[in-house]
Design a protein around this ligand. Structure first.
Ligand SMILES: [Zn+2]
Length: 234
């Protein structure tokens, strides 16, 4: 990959919108190119500052209802991409959608060799810093619906912020209680070290409930290919 191409993919990469193959290519280039690495660090720092300064926008009720109606009318068309859109737009119905979608996608259980005995394995990809509270609630609801579920949350870009010491939601409530509750139920949290390096965050700032992995994207890819995890986007 050349610098010009990376430049084109910079925004979708930071937003976590790239497919895994493109994201891996971006990460490989960033490892080798100090100039692009510095550029992405600058953009991420700016975005983090902006997102911390701004209240996350709430989807209007009419949009939520329209999305819900669409899913009710054509549930079989729910792809992970449109699901991702809905989660971003309407966190309030995220849990319903995830659980509903999983119910529709039961063939996974039959097909996955890892699925039946030990419970379905899900890797949740968390790339954004908004709606974290709703995302954690989604996880809890998902576990309530499927107690045998094995869940790994891989966080990178702004998705890591709630896993830093002292992190709070928009109402000033610490995340640590919800995190510990999910950890107690077996949910694993993995933080991208590449993101920490780029955002110049000390690894000691990460809560002990989370573990570090060299690259969030590579970890997601590895879990899918080597350990039979199914990908879901938060
Ligand atoms: Zn470059």
């Amino acid at each position: 990959m050349k610098c010009a191409e990376l430049n084109r993919l910079l925004s979708p990469y930071i937003d976590g919108e790239l497919d895994l193959q493109s994201a891996l290519a971006v990460e490989a280039h960033l490892q080798e190119c100090p100039r692009c690495s510095a550029a992405i660090a600058g953009v991420q720092t700016l975005r983090t500052a902006i997102s911390r300064a701004c209240e996350p926008a709430k989807a209007p009720l009419r949009l939520r209802e329209a999305v819900q109606a669409q899913f009710a009318a054509a549930p079989q068309q729910a792809t992970s991409r449109s699901l991702g859109f809905c989660l971003a737009a309407t966190p309030g119905i995220a849990a319903l959608l995830i659980v509903g979608w999983l119910a529709l996608a039961q063939p996974w259980n039959a097909q996955s060799s890892a699925g039946t005995a030990q419970g379905t394995r899900i890797v949740y990809h968390l790339a954004g810093g908004n709606h974290v509270k709703a995302n954690l609630r989604t996880l809890k609801n998902h576990l309530d619906a499927e107690p045998n579920l094995q869940v790994v949350v891989v966080a990178h870009s702004d998705g890591i912020n709630f896993l830093l010491q002292g992190a709070q939601d928009t109402e000033g409530q610490p995340y640590i209680g919800a995190l510990r509750e999910l950890r107690a139920r077996g949910v694993e949290f993995r933080v991208c070290t590449n993101t920490l390096t780029r955002q110049q965050i000390d690894t000691r700032a990460v809560v002990p409930e989370a573990v570090l992995v060299p690259s969030g994207i590579a970890e997601i890819s590895r879990l899918q290919k080597k350990e039979g995890y199914t990908y879901l986007r938060l």
